[in-house]
Design a binder for this molecule. Structure first.
Ligand SMILES: NC(=O)c1ccc[n+]([C@@H]2O[C@H](COP(=O)([O-])OP(=O)(O)OC[C@H]3O[C@@H](n4cnc5c(N)ncnc54)[C@H](OP(=O)(O)O)[C@@H]3O)[C@@H](O)[C@H]2O)c1
Length: 262
C-alpha cells in the first residue's frame, strides 16, 4: 500500500475572514492537511496572529494578511502579499462575510450596501484576483461560503443578507461555467446555524432561541465551525475533482427548510 499523503500537500490556500469562526476552522483544517495558508482578517489582527501561531506551532506554514474584501485595492494588495510569500494561490475560500439585520423594506440603506460590497463584490474581487494565475497553471479551486438563508431558511430580519447570499449562489454557478475549461472548480457551501460570533449575535438580535433551531434539525444540534471545515477540505482536495457549480447544504438537516417556513 502506498504511504498516505496529506490531502493538500504542496497547495497554497487563501482563506478570507479566517481570524475567527468558520474561516478559522477552515484555515486550521487546511494547514493540518499540508497547505500553506494565508489567514485574512479585516480588523482583528491579534486573533489572526493566534491562528497563524497555532498553525506554525503544529509545524505548518501560515501568513497573516489584512484586507477588507469590501475594498478593491486591499484585495489586490492581499493577493500580491500571498503570491510574494508563497508564489501562487491554488485554493481560494471566499468566507469573509457580514450580517446586518433589518426589516425587508429597509434593505435599501448603508447596511445593505455594505453587505453588497463585502458579501457579493468581495467574493467577485477575490475570485478575479486569483483566477488569472489559476488559469495559467491550468488548475484551481474556488470555494464560496453562502448560507441556507439564500435557500429560504433563516432567522427573521435577514432579507438583505439572504439576497446577497442568493447572488453568491448564482455567481458560483456562472463562474463555474466560465472557469471549468481551465480545470478550475467553483463550488459553494451553504451552512446552516453554526455557532460563531455572527450567529450568536444574529440570534440575540432577532430573539431566536438557539435550542429551538436544534429541535428543528434532523441531527438535533446546531453546527460547529469544524462541521463546515470538513466539507471545505473535501472541496479543496482532489476528492472533488469532478464537481463544479454546486452548492452543498451543510445544516444538519433543517426541517424548517423542507417546509419553507421560518
Ligand atoms: N455562522 C453561521 O451560522 C453562518 C451560517 C451561514 C453562513 N455563514 C457565512 O459563513 C461565513 C463566516 O461566518 P462566521 O459565522 O464565521 O462569521 P464571524 O464569526 O462573524 O467571523 C467573520 C470573519 O470574517 C472576517 N470579516 C468580516 N468582514 C470582513 C471584511 N470586510 N473583509 C475581510 N474579512 C472580513 C472577520 O474578520 P475580523 O475578525 O478581522 O473582523 C472574521 O474573520 C460568512 O460568509 C457567513 O455569512 C455563517
Amino acid at each position: 500500500m502506498a504511504a498516505s499523503r496529506l490531502r493538500l500537500e504542496n497547495r497554497v490556500a487563501l482563506v478570507t475572514g479566517a481570524s475567527r469562526g468558520i474561516g478559522k476552522a477552515i484555515a486550521l483544517a487546511f494547514a493540518e492537511e499540508g497547505a500553506a495558508v494565508a489567514v485574512n482578517y479585516a480588523a482583528n489582527r491579534r486573533l489572526a496572529e493566534e491562528v497563524c501561531e497555532a498553525i506554525a506551532s503544529a509545524g505548518g506554514r501560515a501568513l497573516c494578511v489584512q484586507a477588507d474584501v469590501g475594498v478593491a485595492e486591499q484585495v489586490d494588495s492581499m493577493v500580491s502579499q500571498v503570491i510574494q510569500e508563497y508564489g501562487r494561490i491554488d485554493i481560494l475560500v471566499n468566507n469573509a462575510g457580514l450580517l446586518n439585520q433589518e426589516p425587508s423594506l429597509e434593505a435599501t440603506g448603508e447596511g445593505f450596501d455594505r453587505m453588497v460590497d463585502v458579501n457579493i463584490k468581495g467574493v467577485i474581487r477575490c475570485a478575479a484576483a486569483v483566477a488569472e494565475g489559476m488559469k495559467q497553471r491550468g488548475r484551481g479551486r474556488i470555494i464560496n461560503v453562502s448560507s441556507i438563508a439564500a435557500l429560504g431558511t433563516s432567522m427573521p430580519g435577514v432579507t438583505g443578507y439572504a439576497m446577497t447570499k442568493a447572488a453568491v449562489n448564482m455567481f458560483n454557478r456562472r463562474l463555474a461555467r466560465e472557469l471549468g475549461p481551465h480545470n478550475i472548480t467553483v463550488n459553494a457551501i451553504a451552512p446552516g446555524f453554526i455557532l460563531t460570533d455572527m450567529s450568536r449575535e444574529g440570534a440575540r438580535a432577532s430573539g431566536t432561541y438557539v435550542d429551538g433551531i436544534a429541535d428543528r434539525t434532523m441531527l438535533r444540534r446546531v453546527g460547529e465551525p469544524a462541521d463546515i471545515a470538513g466539507v471545505a477540505l473535501f472541496l479543496a482536495s482532489d476528492d472533488s475533482s469532478f464537481m463544479t457549480g454546486q452548492v452543498l447544504t451543510v445544516d444538519g438537516g433543517r426541517i424548517d427548510y423542507l417546509t419553507h417556513s421560518v
